[in-house]
Design a protein around this ligand. Sequence first.
Ligand code: DX5
Ligand code: ZN
Length: 225
Amino acid sequence: MNILSPSILAADCAKLGEQIDLVQQAGAKYLHIDIMDGMFVPSISFGMCVVSSLRKYTDIIFDVHLMVEEPIRYAADFARSGADIITVHLEACSNVEETLDWIHSLGRKAGLSVKPATPIRCVEKYLDKADMLLVMTVEPGFGGQRYLPASTARIREARKMIREKGLNVDIEVDGGITKENISLVLDAGANVIVAGSAVFRGDITRNVRDMMEILDGHEEQTDLA
Ligand code: DX5
Ligand code: ZN
């Protein structure tokens, strides 16, 4: 299934609840929450209390992206706060397997992410422990950057690897995704689409509806093929 995961990094934090309602009503099934620790990435964003406050407000699936050094330290806190999917960076874990197992033991889905410079092949041995592979399409750390064109081949390679292994792993893409390049990443094999600026800048409802139309259209096309 193709899913849109709007990233609240680009939302107006004074209107978070209201803006989440808008994206959900317009068809988004996930909400992407970027957690930055000022170490793994230079910036700092949200913490547990934002996630738990939002959890009381909405039932949308929380897709929590931990840009955090040794994320195993915080997985239980985010699970308790209401995360449904917890994604960690391969580059940030001293023991990737243990971290993914720990997330599963908390009853949550586990995502594994790679930065643009990390070869896709590095995730191969962990794929059977991951529910989702997050292929970063910009350098993690900030919203509003441009999609890195080399990402397309990386998504394709990831999809091929997953198919060859006979696994059912979602491929999420994150960074610089717009209405203009969404078809490109879908064609390459991505099925969970993060979008921050492209959703929250301008008319939120319209942006989500336009993107959903492309996602649903692409799904019908693949069903027919
Ligand atoms: C970047 C974050 C992204 C970011 C995407 O480090 O992981 O989720 O919010 O923002 P856009 O869609 O504006 O590139
Ligand atoms: Zn993200």
